[in-house]
Design a protein around this ligand. Structure first.
Ligand code: HEC
Length: 487
């Protein structure tokens, strides 16, 4: 089904797709973007550059600060009016940064007080303007924009931070300072009392200093009968948050016909791996919608995909995932499916010094409700766009996202915008790899790269969480959505 058997540079992409249009701009903007710290940074930072945003959204374009399309007024006003830490900046740091930037969490410094933040003012401006912080790589000028747990800053908020720094990072009046944000106790399971907790099979000791470690642990779940997962939450062992850069869990189990559904894409040597859960600071775990479950089979295993980062203090981790099940014998109507699909792996051909495009496709045989999306590439990964090709042969833009191998992020759609698509829809993934020297994550831009399992090889696919719907429910959900949105 592959329409693009050859990897493309940016030149030849002149199809009339919104996604494609956005991409050309990103590509052309990258060389001039201010030293992005990562591939994802390049993609996201490059995006503002104007014309594409205008073309794809139909709005007029705005040159501007770190401006995403169309909001020059706010940026200008913000840079003129006096901005202080206590009044304007502290609320933003509380909402979008302190989850990680507080004592005993993964970020390198605290941003709780003025005294904490002041020495980092310039760096804060640089990272927020380039949209490297908070780590959130959904592009803002294209596709669906409502997600759960979205910490990202609006264009106005980015401009406010920049204006604060430009004005000398003043403190302001302490009576403007919002009360400190309260954080949950790290030991709480937000999903309630778990029925099963699975841990990595051994303690992992992260030395006080050392290179970042990317590691997979596979643990037996110990489950002796098939059960349906109702809620799931993943977290580092007690006291190990400071070394936890990212942590994701996946289920490994033989999957029967009912679960496997369509295609051979999802089979990995007899076992199938599905995404289970992402740990992210401040996230409350995943509680599946009533009537929706994920089958966890007797004898299943759990893979923990972990990025450890030394914190200056030797730290021992025993990461774990907690599961709550539906009552025995209860069979949820809808199965939550999370699979690697729309692979472009087999066409990865990434010449040295070039940004290459690859395409993957996956056909949904039933109507579907998509609830979460994730990209997967390695160090050369730069950006992924997803669009739905409907049976009517029109396309619907889902999202574009930057990629940074340091942050394996899962994006959960807000309930009122998660895509509901008809049977026969083809998911089209478009993935870009940057094998040039401009990609700072590139270990060696002189080498050709292709597909493989090693970290220095490349991959290219989408990781999608969805439910297959019965026709009647599909129609009902769609009707309800349309009614709600027209109010
Ligand atoms: C999900 C956790 C997380 C969130 C949320 C987050 N950061 Fe970070 N931040 C990190 C980590 C981890 C690093 C260390 C660099 C890296 O690994 O990417 C970092 C690095 C930084 C740095 C560079 C520090 C240096 O050494 O100069 C700055 C500045 C920064 N963050 C600012 C912010 C601001 C401002 C926000 C909110 C608008 C924010 N971060 C939100 C995790 C986070």
């Amino acid at each position: 089904m592959s329409g693009f058997s050859k990897p493309w540079g940016f030149g030849p992409i002149v199809l009339g797709l919104a996604a494609t249009v956005g991409v050309i701009a990103a590509a052309t903007a990258v060389p001039s973007a201010q030293a992005p710290a990562s591939a994802a940074g390049a993609a996201t930072a490059g995006k503002p550059a104007g014309p594409a945003a205008g073309v794809s959204t139909g709005k007029p374009t705005a040159p501007a600060v770190g401006a995403m399309a169309g909001k020059p007024a706010a940026a200008t006003t913000a840079s003129v009016k006096p901005v202080t830490f206590t009044k304007d900046v502290a609320p933003l740091l509380q909402r979008s940064c302190q989850n990680c930037h507080r004592p005993d969490q993964a970020a390198p410094m605290s941003l709780m007080t003025y005294e904490d933040a002041r020495p980092y003012a310039r760096s804060i401006k640089a990272k927020t303007t380039a949209r490297l912080m908070p780590p959130w790589h959904i592009e803002r000028n294209i596709g669906i924009q409502k997600f759960k747990d979205d910490p990202s800053l609006t264009d106005e908020e980015v401009a406010t931070i920049a204006a604060w720094v430009d004005q000398g990072a003043p403190k302001g009046d302490m009576k403007d300072m919002p009360p400190p944000r309260k954080f949950d106790d790290d030991d709480i399971w937000h999903i309630g009392k778990p029925d099963l907790i699975v841990e990595i099979p051994q303690n992992h000791v992260v030395p006080a200093a050392g290179p970042d470690v990317f590691i997979d642990y596979i643990a037996d779940s110990g489950l002796t009968e098939d059960r349906y997962v109702q809620a799931v939450e993943t977290k580092p062992g007690p006291g190990a948050r400071t070394v936890m850069h990212h942590l994701l869990t996946y289920l490994i189990q033989d999957v029967d016909q009912e679960e496997k559904l369509v295609g051979v894409d999802d089979v990995r040597g007899g076992t199938t791996e599905t995404f289970l859960n992402e740990y992210a600071v401040g996230k409350n775990g995943d509680i599946l919608p009533e009537g929706t479950g994920k089958l966890m089979k007797a004898g299943s295993k759990v893979r923990f995909n972990i990025h450890y980062h030394s914190s200056g203090r030797e730290t021992t981790d025993r990461s774990r995932v907690a599961l709550k099940f539906y009552p025995k014998g209860y069979k949820p109507k809808y199965h939550q499916i999370s699979l690697q699909i729309a692979h472009a792996d087999n066409q990865l051909d990434l010449p040295a010094g070039v940004v290459s495009r690859s395409d993957g496709y996956y056909r949904f045989d039933k109507p579907v409700h998509i609830t979460a999306i994730q990209a997967h590439m390695h160090n050369l990964g730069k950006r992924m766009c997803l669009e739905a090709i409907l049976p009517t042969n029109t396309t619907q833009q889902l999202n574009c996202m930057g990629w940074d191998f340091n942050w394996h992020k899962v994006y959960n759609y807000a309930d009122d915008v998660s895509p509901i698509l008809p049977a026969g829809t083809v998911l089209h993934s478009i993935l870009w790899h940057d094998n040039t020297a401009a990609n700072r994550a590139n270990p060696d831009p002189r080498n050709w790269r292709g597909y493989g399992q090693r970290t220095i090889d490349e991959m290219a696919f989408a990781w999608i969480t969805w439910s297959n719907l019965e026709d009647a429910d599909y129609k009902a959900m769609l009707a309800e959505r349309q009614k709600r949105n027209s109010n």
